[in-house]
Design a protein around this ligand. Sequence first.
Ligand SMILES: Cc1cc2nc3c(=O)[nH]c(=O)nc-3n(C[C@H](O)[C@H](O)[C@H](O)COP(=O)(O)O)c2cc1C
Length: 220
Amino acid sequence: MRRTFSLLLSFVLIFALTACGQSAVSEKQEIEEQSDAEMETEPSESVSTRGQEAEVSTKTLVVYFSCTGTTELVAEYMMETLGADIYEIVPENPYTEADLAYYTNGRADQEQNDPDARPAISGGVENMDTYDTIILGYPIWHGQAPRIISTFLESYDFSGKTIIPFCTSHSSGIGSSADNLHVLCSDAAVWLEGKRFEAGTSKETIEEWLGSEGIKSVQE
Ligand SMILES: Cc1cc2nc3c(=O)[nH]c(=O)nc-3n(C[C@H](O)[C@H](O)[C@H](O)COP(=O)(O)O)c2cc1C
């Protein structure tokens, strides 16, 4: 009788331990399944992050002024990289070699010495309203943007648009050249930090800069 009782007791104990073990296993499974499920939700969060990035992408116009092709090449790299539109600021009265010879008191020197100089532009951007972002490129002339850039900025309403300046130069940095342009536009224009590129800057460098600044473009 006692033997039967102890056999029965051992059976009950074994059963209880097994059941306990199983519930511990299923708890562990539950936790694992839960964390798997949490991990699965992460990509959808990053999808929504990507969605936000897509929202800040805008329709971009690359605008440039260039007399000897340096700024033009950089602008074209930007246009190609972004799939953006491009517009060249063409002076009504083209600059000759003599006009551009600096420290000769030639035409370019004289314009830079006169804050009110506004060289006329031939043609214009017809559909400026459709652009959210303007990338604006110019050569440095005596530390500043050429006065024709002032003509351009005063010709349109840039309210609500983002303007990203860049320049090329022989050796000068962008300095105060971009900051000094802000006053020519509505306060509602948003100016980003500008960047100077040297002659011969590669397309890869331009791509890297656009990427590092998060500059994208959605063209319609
Ligand atoms: C009138 C004039 C003034 C210039 N002043 C400067 C200057 O202050 N600093 C500088 O590094 N380069 C200066 N440069 C050189 C140009 O900025 C440089 O060659 C530029 O890359 C030319 O661009 P582009 O080929 O697009 O016209 C000047 C050029 C001209 C014509």
